[in-house]
Design a protein around this ligand. Structure first.
Ligand SMILES: C[S@@+](CC[C@H](N)C(=O)[O-])C[C@H]1O[C@@H](n2cnc3c(N)ncnc32)[C@H](O)[C@@H]1O
Length: 243
């Protein structure tokens, strides 16, 4: 049985006798099993095995993330990536988070970096509700503007020095919008799930194709985690410039 702790909730992948061990943890109120994950909003289907308090506040890297684990996902495997991006943001930057969720990337960026402005876009009203609550919890409302809607419609209306594309699915279908939004010399953090054999080749090919005549310089390429057997979650950091 695999498990993780999100705030006061333990999330397990299988129902098992072993859950009694978690009840001894002093701060645990609830144990849930993830039965399935559905659709582009990655909505979990959960079975509550113990307790009933599925809304919780998770703390990570001095940031607070309020969420309801019966409605929204939390990916532990992305912890280092969230801080890596926050540490890259330079003084005065304008950043767009195209798939903000509850603020997985937006919160660490606004808490830890000297940015100018962050625009956070989210399509799922439930995640959007927690995103806005989390801005208040972390006292970063003045730095972040949120948008409820499709980032393919909203992103092209904005200008950014840095764009976070922290979504896996059909992420490449959002590249054109990101390229309309990125300013000269700006950086895109592009995520994809990709077969092991073509780990960085396909994301880089897609970035270059979407950029057309513009120059794409790969600054970094990283595997975030194993996604499924033979499939990796990769991220490519790329600078975009006119030739
Ligand atoms: C689940 S988060 C990614 C997880 C996150 N990277 C982490 O560190 O745990 C991706 C978010 O993108 C949102 N999303 C999907 N399609 C979207 C779109 N077209 N426009 C805006 N948000 C979208 C989903 O609702 C979801 O909240």
């Amino acid at each position: 049985m695999k498990w993780k702790q999100i705030g006061s909730v333990i999330v397990v992948d299988k129902e098992s006798e072993d859950i009694s061990q978690f009840l001894e943890f002093p701060d645990v109120t609830t144990v849930v099993q993830i039965v399935n994950i559905k659709g582009r909003t990655r909505k979990p289907v959960v079975k509550v095995l113990y307790g009933n308090q599925t809304e919780t506040i998770h703390k990570e890297n001095k940031c607070f993330f309020k969420l309801d684990v019966s409605k929204l996902m939390w990916s532990k495997g992305n912890t280092n990536e969230r801080m890596r991006i926050a540490n890259l943001v330079q003084k005065g930057e304008t950043v767009v988070d195209m798939f903000a969720g509850i603020g997985y990337f937006s919160i660490p960026i606004a808490v830890h970096s000297p940015l100018n402005k962050l625009y956070s876009i989210e399509i799922n009203p439930v995640a959007f509700h927690y995103l806005n609550e989390n801005l208040i919890l972390n006292k970063i409302q003045d730095k972040v503007q949120t948008f409820l809607g499709d980032s393919n419609k909203i992103t092209p209306q904005l200008d950014a020095d840095r764009i976070i594309m922290g979504y896996i699915g059909n992420t490449w279908e959002y590249l054109e919008s990101a390229l309309e939004c990125i300013t000269e010399g700006g950086v895109i953090h592009y995520h994809e799930t990709v077969p092991e054999k073509i780990r960085f080749k396909r994301p880089i090919y897609r970035l270059k194709k979407a950029a057309g005549d513009r120059k794409v310089t790969v600054l970094n390429q990283k595997i975030i985690k194993n996604y499924s057997p033979g499939v990796l979650h990769a991220v490519v950091d790329a600078r975009v410039e006119s030739i």
